[in-house]
Every structure is written in structure tokens, then in C-alpha cells.
Design a protein around this ligand. Structure first.
Ligand code: NAD
Length: 439
């Protein structure tokens, strides 16, 4: 169903729940069949979807494939390869007082899941949770982001042509439509976006005791240790930060380093920006645009928070902001007061590792923490002494491309996790079974 057939939220959920009750979504064949259909949609309509992503975010085709279309295909293939094994009942040891009994767990699908996606990776962040929900045998209501209207329209048009429309519905819309959806009783709500709306979602879910997964954001720090090769670090930081024009939930938000390392890193960052995007990033095919004027104005308002090392230029008509590095940024500068979510990389100077760990622990738990260091002891201390959704040494962003790793936040960066088998844990109930013969 799409918004062109204005079915009311209550009717959508009732229709899907009726399908779930028939048991049709439970067999492995239905689940793998839906995943194969989703796979076909992505391969047959890759160019249409890439065009929609370009219209919404100025995403280059290669980046659209790498971070959205092929990313989702990999998640589908990994799930198809392992689903049968993941769903196998798992035996549990039985204590002596239940001698003669057997015990095991099975995964029950939950029912009807709601997936609410944001605009920054509007395809991947809608479809990757759906892969888990369908693989777990659920019906799904998919709510794409209204701030990425071309992608929203494309999935609303394509998904019903490929998937079982009695089990999967797309509801397009903004706050009123999402609010109406959230009044319904779902069996799981999977929300990706900001913490303010995350709280609205959790409140709505509480009314029905519906479990939630909240994939939120925050400021993900990148610690750069003394003695690291500045050009090697800069190349990785620039690639991770300016991907999708910085509008990536796990992008390094800011750099924490000592003054000497900062002095060597700053020119290296400028060289790395030129190496990746040329002298005029506005003309680079692999550099995106800001989603809308509101975010453009918010971001340009942060450019004065430090000394411009590279970038700083912008153009409102095309929503272009150059890849920008700011040096000597004070911890209380405006750019440090909120998740940047755009192409601005501030460098905050701290005395040493102890100060960096203190800085991180004084703030909200981030979605990711990154560190560039040659020291095993520094890696150990960061692992043991900080808390974050994920931890990346030497390479930002890429941990989320490993399907066998759980992806999710902690504290202000969210709750719950998904990808691969962790999606099955999220979208199923692990049921305990005990069986003891009567005689
Ligand atoms: P957004 O504005 O597209 O909102 C996300 C969804 O919430 C949309 O579908 C929207 O319709 C819905 N929504 C908005 N206001 C609502 C309301 N009042 N009531 C009900 N629903 C509402 O996206 P956003 O929040 O700007 O996304 C950016 C944030 O998402 C950043 O903080 C980023 O870090 C985070 N994020 C996290 C992840 C992750 O996987 N953890 C991934 C991407 C983005």
C-alpha cells in the first residue's frame, strides 16, 4: 500500500495482523522468498534508486551503491546464507531436579513491526532493518523519511511490486502520519533518527508495552595518538567524515588530540581533502550536498567555531558546504554543543590520553568511538575505560559493514542492536521450551 491508496493506519495494521495470524509469514520459505524478492528489487532497480538518492542528497552513483544498495544486498545475502542455521532450536542443559526432561529455545516472530527510517541513508536504513524483520517472519510497516522524498516515493512504488503486500506496507508521510501510526499497537518498533523523536517513539510504544530499538546519534569522537603517521590518519578521517557530506550517524564528529599532533595533522587533513575531492570539491562527483536549507543554515552557523584549516566555503542555492576542518576549537564552542551531522571537522586539543578519556566520559555515550594509535596499551585502555555503541581502531565507520558485528548505540546513542543474526534477536522472541515425558 502507498499513500496514493490512502488506507488508514489502523486498517493497515489490522490487515497485516490478519495475515500474521494465518501463519503464512512463518515458514522459512516465505522468509527467504521475501528476501530474494527484495534482492531482485535492488538489482533490477538499482539505477532508479541511485537516481532518487542523487535527487535527495546529491549522492554520487558509486557512493549510492556502496553505502546503500550494495550494503543492503550484502545484508540480504549474509542472511540468506545463514538464516536456517540461526533459526535452529538451541538445546539448553537440564538441571538434575528435572532429570529425564529436555529444554531448548526457539525463535518466535513477534508479529507486526514498524520500521521508521531517517533521511541520511534513506534506503539502507529502511531496508536493512526490514531484512531482519522479514527474516524473522514478521509483517512490516515501513515508514520512509519525508525529508528524502525521491527515495520515499521510489520505495513506496517499488516495494509493493516485489514483496507480499498482505504482509508489507509502505506508509509515506511526515509528523502527522507517523504520529497516527504510532498510536497503533505494534509488536516491535525500530526507529532510526534523533533522540528527541526517539523519546516520542518510546513514549508511544510504552502505551502498548511494545519493545523498541532506537538507533540514535550523537558526537562520535576520534582520538589521534602521538607518533601516528599524520597522512595515514588524515586519509582515513577525511574518507569517514566527509562521506555523504558528513551526514552519517557514525561519522567522526570531532578530533581529540594533543597540540603537537594537531599541528602535524592539520596540514595533512588539508592534503587529504584535496586528494579525495580535488581543488574544487563542489565539482567532485563523489561529494554530496546538505539535505535541506534548515540543516544548511544550522551548519553554516557552526563554521565560526574555530580557525579554518581547509574549506569553509558554501553556497545556499546548491546546499553545498565544502569539506571543512576547524583548528583550535574550544570544548564549549557552538560546534561542540550538538551532533554536527555535516562536513565540519573540529579539532579539540587535550593534553594526553587521560584527558581524552575524561573528555569522552564527561559527555553522552557516543554511537562510535575511534582511535588512531600504534599502542596496544592505549587500545586496551580505550576499550576498558570508555563506553560507546561501537569502537573503531584505525578506521572509522567501517565496523557497521561487518554483518557479524552488532550495530547499535548505548545510553543517548540508542538501545538495541541489529545486522546479521542480531537482527533475528531483535525481531523475534526467544521462547523457552521444556518437555518432560509423562512416564
Ligand atoms: P528524520 O528527520 O528523517 O527523522 C527520522 C524519522 O522520524 C522520519 O521518518 C520522520 O518522519 C520521523 N519523525 C520526525 N519527527 C517526528 C515526530 N515528531 N513524531 C514521530 N515521528 C517523527 O531524521 P533525523 O532524526 O534528522 O536523522 C538524523 C539523526 O539520526 C542523527 O542524530 C543521526 O545520528 C541519527 N542516525 C542514527 C543512525 C543509527 O543507525 N544509529 C543512522 C542514521 C542517523
Amino acid at each position: 500500500m502507498t499513500s496514493s491508496t490512502p488506507e488508514q493506519p489502523a486498517a493497515v495494521v489490522a490487515r497485516l495482523r490478519a495475515t500474521f495470524r494465518t501463519g503464512r509469514t512463518k515458514p522459512l520459505e516465505w522468509r527467504t522468498g521475501q528476501l530474494r524478492r527484495l534482492r531482485a528489487m535492488l538489482t533490477e532497480h538499482g539505477p532508479d534508486l541511485a537516481a532518487a538518492l542523487r535527487a535527495d542528497l546529491g549522492k554520487g552513483e558509486a557512493e549510492a551503491y556502496r553505502t546503500e544498495i550494495d550494503f543492503t544486498l550484502r545484508e540480504i545475502d549474509h542472511t540468506l546464507d545463514h538464516l536456517e542455521e540461526w533459526l535452529r532450536p538451541e538445546p539448553a542443559p537440564v538441571p538434575p531436579h528435572l532429570d529425564g526432561a529436555e529444554a531448548w529455545t526457539v525463535y518466535d516472530p513477534l508479529g507486526v513491526a514498524l520500521v521508521i527510517a531517517p533521511w541520511n541513508y534513506p534506503l539502507q536504513l529502511l531496508l536493512a532493518p526490514m531484512v531482519g524483520a522479514l527474516a524473522s517472519g514478521n509483517c512490516v510497516v515501513a515508514k520512509p523519511s519525508e525529508l528524502a522524498p525521491a527515495t520515499s516515493a521510489a520505495v513506496a512504488r517499488l516495494l509493493p511490486r516485489f514483496l507480499d503486500t498482505d504482509a508489507v506496507a509502505v506508509v509515506e508521510g511526515a509528523v502527522p502520519e507517523t504520529t497516527a501510526l504510532l498510536e497503533q499497537r505494534f509488536d516491535h518498533i525500530f526507529y532510526t533518527g534523533n533522540g528527541t523523536v526517539g523519546r516520542i517513539v518510546m513514549n508511544a510504544a510504552a502505551k502498548h508495552l511494545t519493545p523498541v530499538t532506537l538507533e540514535l546519534g550523537g558526537k562520535s569522537p576520534a582520538f589521534v595518538d602521538r607518533g601516528t603517521d599524520p597522512d595515514a590518519v588524515a586519509a582515513r578521517l577525511v574518507a569517514g567524515k566527509f562521506l555523504n557530506a558528513g551526514q552519517t550517524c557514525v561519522a567522526p564528529d570531532y578530533v581529540l588530540t594533543d597540540p603537537e599532533t594537531a599541528a602535524r595533522l592539520e596540514p595533512a587533513l588539508a592534503r587529504a581533502v584535496t586528494a579525495l575531492y580535488g581543488d574544487d570539491p563542489a565539482a567532485a562527483p563523489n561529494y554530496g550536498r546538505i539535505i535541506n536549507e534548515r540543516h544548511f543554515d544550522r551548519l553554516t552557523g557552526l563554521l565560526g567555531s574555530g580557525r579554518t584549516v581547509v574549506g569553509g566555503t558554501h553556497d545556499r542555492d546548491s546546499k553545498y558546504i565544502a569539506p571543512t576542518v576547524l583548528g583550535g576549537v574550544a570544548p564549549d564552542a557552538p560546534v561542540m554543543g550538538e551532533e554536527i551531522f555535516g562536513p565540519i571537522l573540529p579539532i579539540v586539543e587535550v593534553a594526553d590520553l587521560d584527558a581524552a578519556i575524561g573528555f569522552v566520559n564527561d559527555r553522552d555515550k557516543p554511537l562510535a568511538l575511534y582511535a588512531f594509535t600504534e599502542s596496544a596499551e592505549t587500545r586496551r585502555r580505550l576499550t576498558d575505560e570508555t563506553s560507546s555503541g561501537g569502537l573503531g581502531f584505525g578506521l572509522p565507520v567501517a565496523h557497521l559493514t561487518i554483518s557479524d558485528l552488532p550495530f547499535g548505540g548505548v545510553g543517548e546513542s540508542g538501545m538495541g542492536r541489529y545486522h546479521g543474526r542480531y537482527s533475528i534477536e531483535t525481531f523475534s522472541h526467544r521462547k523457552a521450551v521444556l518437555s518432560k515425558p509423562l512416564v
